[in-house]
Ligand binder design. Structure first.
Ligand code: GDP
Length: 409
């Protein structure tokens, strides 16, 4: 059985250096139960020192070793694609961005939008990647998620909107108020594993009401029914809100902002829920390619399993067991044992070992459908090559350049 692509997300975690991308990725792996033991990471600021440097290296190795890591969150397959946080716009960054369908923009609650965040965001815009934002380090002195949300508007020209109100801030950060559900969510325990949902505390009611109003003002621009509910002061169905936000995010007209502290294990799970709710699944994204043999005519690559396969090799990696080629499948199904052709040089090859990379192991699979990100073993190719079925007319597909164009399905 190949994966259900409506329950798949291909995301990048984009951030400037030091905003906590590595820590956040580790937490995601932890909550997705890929890493079973969480360690406090020794901070550059000297906080938390339960992990020695060897362990730290190993643990970090797990997170950042693969170009794409598959995790499961609430019945969904999430491929986390490593998006190098380079300031320079390199071909490597470009390829990683090309295979993403969505991104989490990570910012520091104290530092806010910095010059590197501007670069990262510009890259996401160039590739039309829909995003949500996570204001990390909200446990630090001077944390101000609202200010960061405003900076996203002012400095990055994003239609950002706070989806949460912090319960306590800085070292007193306990949880968040979810402005859709209008509930207080507390992250308890050292690992933040248990989540307690309660009524909004009295002292925060006015702030929550005011922030919900702001959120609804932003969201209602995309849906008249919500506007009518607001005018008539009738209850807005949660599903209607979610669906409206999702469409606006996919159209890149809205950036919902979440807050928390990866380091203190707070807010990560809520942000992951937002990934499932608002970032697109592969069929929500229309991918187009340019046919360079035909005046760069646009060719649509539907995430349709019945079509002949087309895939892009976006990263080569020397692994323990030989060279791995990471591919994103754009159309059809890539099957183990089937024949593909490298359109750059016309060479045919057989798909040998096909694997899905997890943080700590790899899983042999027999097929990968359109939308999926997997790796092939032992293929001679270059990064950026396109593979397709020999049944496709070579002149038509020669040098396919997948070029993600977002549109709603
Ligand atoms: P990256 O460079 O973006 O991958 O950032 P790291 O994950 O390496 O984190 C940079 C520093 O910030 C490290 O010292 C982390 O321990 C620290 N850090 C990460 N997340 C948080 C957070 O939520 N709160 C605080 N206080 N520190 C954090």
């Amino acid at each position: 059985m190949s994966a259900d692509i409506t329950k798949m997300r291909n995301i990048g975690i984009s951030a400037h250096i030091d905003s906590g991308k590595t820590t956040l990725t580790e937490r995601i792996l932890f909550y997705c139960q890929k890493i079973h033991a969480i360690h406090e990471v020794r901070g550059k600021d000297g906080v938390g020192a339960t992990m020695d440097s060897m362990e730290l290296e190993r643990e970090r190795g797990i997170t950042i070793a693969s170009a794409a890591t598959n995790v499961n969150w609430k019945g969904h397959d999430i491929n986390i694609i490593d998006t190098p946080g380079h300031v320079d716009f390199t071909i490597e960054v470009e390829r990683a961005l090309r295979v993403l369908d969505g991104a989490v923009l990570v910012l520091c609650s104290v530092g806010g939008v910095q010059s590197q965040s501007i670069t990262v965001d510009r890259q996401l815009k160039r590739y039309g990647v829909p995003r949500i934002a996570f204001v990390n380090k909200s446990d630090r002195t001077g944390a101000n998620p609202y200010k960061v949300c405003d900076q996203l508007r002012e400095k990055l020209n994003l239609n950002s909107v706070m989806m949460q109100v912090p319960i306590g801030l800085e070292e007193k950060l306990e949880g968040v108020i979810d402005l859709v559900r209008m509930k207080a969510i507390y992250f308890d325990g050292h690992d933040g594993e248990s989540i307690r949902i309660e009524e909004i505390p009295e002292a925060l009611k006015a702030e929550a009401d005011e922030r919900r109003e702001m959120m609804l003002d932003a969201v209602s621009m995309f849906n008249e029914e919500i506007m009518e509910h607001m005018m008539e002061e009738t209850e807005i169905p949660e599903e209607l809100l979610h669906e409206t936000i999702r469409k606006a995010v996919i159209a890149q007209d809205l950036v919902p902002v979440y807050l928390g502290s990866a380091y203190k294990n707070k807010g990560v799970q809520e942000m992951m829920d937002a990934v499932l709710r608002y970032l697109p699944a592969p069929p929500d994204v229309e991918n187009k390619a340019l046919d360079l043999d035909n005046d760069e005519a646009e060719v649509v690559l539907p995430s349709d399993r019945s079509k002949p396969p087309v895939a892009l090799a976006f990263k080569l990696e020397d692994g323990q067991y030989g060279q791995l080629t990471y591919i994103r499948v754009y159309q059809g199904i890539v099957k183990k044992g089937s024949e593909l052709i490298n359109v750059r040089n016309g060479r045919k090859f057989k798909v040998g070992r096909l694997v899905r990379m997890h943080s700590n192991n790899m899983e042999d699979i027999v097929e990968a459908p359109a939308g999926d990100i997997v790796a092939l073993f032992g293929i001679e190719c270059a990064s950026g090559d396109t593979f397709c079925s020999p049944d496709l007319n070579l002149s038509m597909t020669s040098m396919f350049v997948p070029n993600a164009v977002i549109s709603l399905s």
